[in-house]
Design a protein around this ligand. Structure first.
Ligand SMILES: *Cc1c(COP(=O)(O)O)cnc(C)c1O
Length: 377
């Protein structure tokens, strides 16, 4: 993002501030569609739930993946207000509820919307039958998450060996399994995870078809990697593999959707903070900034993500430490950043901080979340 513009916004709005560039979101969406033209995009709202982002993505044609009732309502309310293009098929075309575990109160509240919801076990099936009988189902498979930055396979997904029995049970109690879904783990740089998952999904679909259950939708989940550093292979390379497997394994009329979160928003935001303190400890310069791991830098904790801090100032750099504004020792942004000599009041910024960042900001120590400024909306 343009450094001068970031500085200008920081001066105008104060810090900490997160600048979200909607032109980049649209570009990421277009790139996803270009590389995976057969795949409908359901943006995973938890990556960044700003309503402005939901509206921008809706306007370019995206649908949404939600994981809680509040997220469902956030999407519903924001896209309901926009000009109706397709109200009829509204919910399934626009929202998948992709958290396999749902409180029964949530199911009760969702039922009237006839939602598409995921499940991966019998107890959930029983809850859905009782509390949301009008829901359509997507069965979440457990697939390899090897090498992904955030691993999900120990928490979610039915064993592929049980999948067809679960499908049969769902149909047996009057529900309809519309889709097979999986998630290869977030920031998946091991593309073989996708290849294996697609093969597992194909095998489940074939066996289900043999028992007379035709499944019409394949949901290939999220995990599409962001180029945080130059070692990450580009989406084009992953897409080639996915497209080839899809062509090889599935009938051409299968409806395919994906739930990218990170890929659409990570590169679209930069966070600007002010240096509020400075000390030398054990010979190393330590800077303290007015943001923290409890705020915009929460991804350091929850997302296993490291951000590179940059200064607007030029000059010879040295290795220093950067800490957040709170009193907690955990609140360490980096033990080793290359920065020029900074003074109190100077600004620093981090790019590629649009996903799993402000989304999990807290009010810890009484410090409010950073202000969000949207540009090119
Ligand atoms: C978090 C999540 C996503 C988004 O994952 P990314 O790695 O950010 O693309 C998609 N689907 C489900 C079910 C998720 O839990």
């Amino acid at each position: 993002m343009n450094a001068r513009l970031l500085q200008k916004i920081a001066r105008e709005h104060g810090t900490p501030v997160v600048v979200i560039d909607h032109e980049i979101i649209r570009r990421n969406y277009a790139s996803f569609r270009r590389h995976l033209p057969k795949v409908q995009v359901y943006y995973a709202v938890k990556a960044n739930p700003a309503p402005e982002i939901i509206r921008t993505l809706y306007q370019v044609g995206a649908s949404f993946d939600v994981a809680s009732l509040p997220e469902f309502m956030l999407v519903y309310e924001n896209i309901k207000r926009l000009p109706p293009k397709d109200r009829q098929q509204f919910i399934w075309d626009k929202i998948v509820y992709a958290n396999p575990i749902k409180p029964k109160e949530t199911l009760q509240a969702l039922d009237r919307y006839k939602p598409l919801v995921t499940f991966d076990n019998r107890a959930e099936l029983d809850k859905i039958r009782r509390y949301a009988p009008r829901a359509g189902l997507a069965l979440r498979l457990r697939v390899p998450n090897t090498g992904s930055m955030v691993e999900l396979s120990s928490k979610f997904g039915c064993d592929p060996g049980e999948a067809v029995d679960l499908i049969q049970e769902a149909f047996g109690c009057g529900l309809v399994v519309e889709a097979i879904s999986f998630h290869v783990g977030s920031q998946c740089t091991n593309f073989d995870n996708f290849v294996q998952a697609l093969n597992m999904a194909a095998a489940v679909m074939q066996e289900a078809a043999q028992r007379g259950y035709e499944i019409k939708i394949l949901d290939i989940g999220g995990g599409f990697p962001v180029p945080y550093d130059r070692h990450v292979k580009p989406l084009s390379q992953l897409a080639r593999k996915i497209n080839a497997e899809i062509a090889r394994l599935f009938p051409s009329d299968l409806q395919i959707l994906a739930e990218p979160g990170r890929y659409l928003v990570a590169t679209a935001a930069a966070a600007v903070a002010t240096v509020i303190g400075k000390a030398v400890r054990d010979g190393k310069t330590c800077y303290y900034i007015d943001d923290s791991v409890y705020h915009t830098y929460s991804g350091i904790i929850f997302d296993h993500c490291q951000y590179t801090l940059k200064a607007f100032k030029k000059g010879k750099t040295e290795i220093c430490a950067v800490f957040g504004q709170t009193c907690d020792g955990l609140d360490t942004i980096s033990h080793a950043q290359e920065l020029p000599e900074l003074d109190i009041g100077d600004l620093v910024y981090a790019e590629n901080i649009g996903a799993y960042s402000s989304a999990s900001s807290t009010w810890f120590n009484g410090f409010p979340p950073a202000k969000l400024v949207h540009i090119h909306q």
